[in-house]
Design a protein around this ligand. Structure first.
Ligand SMILES: *[C@@H]1O[C@H](CO)[C@@H](O)[C@H](O)[C@H]1NC(C)=O
Ligand SMILES: *[C@@H]1O[C@H](CO)[C@@H](O)[C@H](O)[C@H]1NC(C)=O
Ligand SMILES: *[C@@H]1O[C@H](CO)[C@@H](O)[C@H](O)[C@H]1NC(C)=O
Length: 239
């Protein structure tokens, strides 16, 4: 009887540890490169950017938030990246502050850092910039005639360009994407990656449930754009 219990225990331990090997419970499996359109962001947050290109919002693992509160953001570690960070990953609310990067590092970077490929602030921020430039969303949209305009797009036009070019589905988010609205405003575009930084389909949430009210992302006020509502891609402010 004793031996039998011991055997069961061994089996349980073995099963548990092999489960860990196959799928570490806290490890992320997807990275989400999030771009936002400054004009739309600022219409919600009351800033006045004069930027005419999509900027980085973040590089987010699909699992984990605030994974290591004792790993403090240290701008000196990414000193060489700062000029590029200011251009491509600006804090739209406060352009002279590093607060946005600190926030993103604590919330998402410390979780991304569970992978060896991203286990330092320099690796994390430089990889985000590298992917942003590789994806080059600004050029691709322009090249295929998705340009800010006072006339509206169909969501499928924007989605189609991205899917055809990259071969993966993006997640496209709008401000006020309600089913009965006359128009929704393009705000955020996510492109997803595998752990080896190859492109991957983003999951589109809420499709198939379009008649139900959509949960609103409290942080940004963006949600997945509605398929049937015209999309406004607002031209940047010009000074
Ligand atoms: C945007 O505004 C900043 C600060 O006001 C200024 O330094 C910069 O030259 C402006 N850029 C453009 C393209 O107007
Ligand atoms: C959290 O970050 C600190 C500082 O880099 C590090 O020493 C520590 O090992 C990290 N903890 C975990 C659980 O990763
Ligand atoms: C920040 O990083 C720099 C460069 O790596 C290092 O010399 C400094 O000690 C760090 N500061 C803190 C508070 O950890």
């Amino acid at each position: 009887m004793k031996t039998f219990s011991a055997l069961l225990l061994c089996l349980a331990v073995a099963a548990l540890s092999s489960a860990f090997v196959i799928s570490p419970p806290h490890m992320w499996t997807k990275l989400i490169l999030t771009h936002h359109w400054p004009r739309t962001f600022c219409s919600m947050e009351h800033c006045h950017p004069n930027l005419t290109y999509w900027t980085l919002h973040g590089l987010w693992p699909d699992k984990g938030i605030d994974c290591n509160s004792s790993w403090h953001f240290n701008a000196s570690e990414i000193e060489d990246l700062l000029p590029e960070m200011k251009k491509s990953w600006p804090d739209l609310l406060n352009p002279t502050s590093s607060g946005f990067w600190k926030y993103e590092w604590h919330k998402h970077g410390t979780c991304a850092a569970k992978a060896e490929s991203l286990n330092s602030q320099h690796k994390y921020f430089s990889k985000a910039l590298e992917l942003y430039h590789k994806v080059d969303l600004n050029s691709i949209l322009t090249k295929f005639d998705i340009i800010p305009s006072e006339t509206y797009y169909k969501l499928s036009q924007i989605e189609g360009v991205i899917e055809n070019f990259y071969g993966v589905t993006p997640k496209i988010q709008c401000a006020h994407p309600s089913k009965n609205a006359d128009v929704q405003t393009l705000g955020q575009i996510e492109i997803c990656f595998n752990t080896d930084f190859t492109l991957l389909d983003c999951e589109k949430q809420y499709t198939g449930h379009r008649d139900k009210p959509m949960a609103v992302n409290k942080v940004t006020g963006f949600n997945v754009c509605d398929q049937d509502t015209p999309v406004y891609y607002p031209p940047p402010y010009t000074n």
